[in-house]
Design a protein around this ligand. Sequence first.
Ligand SMILES: Nc1nc2c(ncn2[C@@H]2O[C@H](COP(=O)(O)OP(=O)(O)OP(=O)(O)O)[C@@H](O)[C@H]2O)c(=O)[nH]1
Length: 214
Amino acid sequence: MTFKDNSMPSVNGLVLAGGRSKRMGSNKDLIKWHGKEQRFFAADLLKDLCQDVFISCRQDQLVHFDPAYHALTDTFLNMGPFGGILSALRSDREKAWLVVACDLPLLDEESLRVLIENRLPDKVATTYESPFDGLPEPLITIWEPASYPVLLRFLGEGITCPRKVLINADTHMLTPRNPDALLNVNTPEDAAVASKILRRGNAVPDAQKPDMND
Ligand SMILES: Nc1nc2c(ncn2[C@@H]2O[C@H](COP(=O)(O)OP(=O)(O)OP(=O)(O)O)[C@@H](O)[C@H]2O)c(=O)[nH]1
């Protein structure tokens, strides 16, 4: 079943891929997991669940961008993930946006599907509780249209931390069934942990194992 038929909620997908990857030391969005650049791996997970899927990035990243995917460049600049989220919400005020970071190599379609199925459109956002600290997980979240003015209000107060918004706004929180799916890979050490989990779980065929060296 896909969520593209009319009976299902209309949600756009967004892969945040405009970061600077300072902790990784090389562009995280270009690192290959499951045989694909991880920005495209995440976009492919979203495509059967969402109406339209975009990759959120900076203008300078459009060089070498695969034309099979749609880019949505930041209009709120130099604000980190907050700017990517806000830019998407501004581009279509009617839509809810399922936003995921590009650095989640263990993300699975089921975790995204559960989020959509349990979405509460009257809330500002629906998200997972982080298995690591119990707080809202900002980088796998459905942001409802109502979140746009809320995010702008926080911006006006000088706050550009999506997690702070989720903590203080009317957020619907779910407990993840697959906590590994939320493993955020920011450093080479994190990548080694993710590789180990993938090998141990043998969750994907060998051909799709992470390939950090491509
Ligand atoms: N569109 C957009 N995405 C961003 C921006 N900054 C970070 N992201 C994305 O948001 C997610 C989380 O980013 P972080 O890990 O906090 O930051 P990062 O810049 O990627 O990495 P560090 O430089 O190591 O902090 C990743 O998927 C990033 O690609 C930005 O300015 N614009």
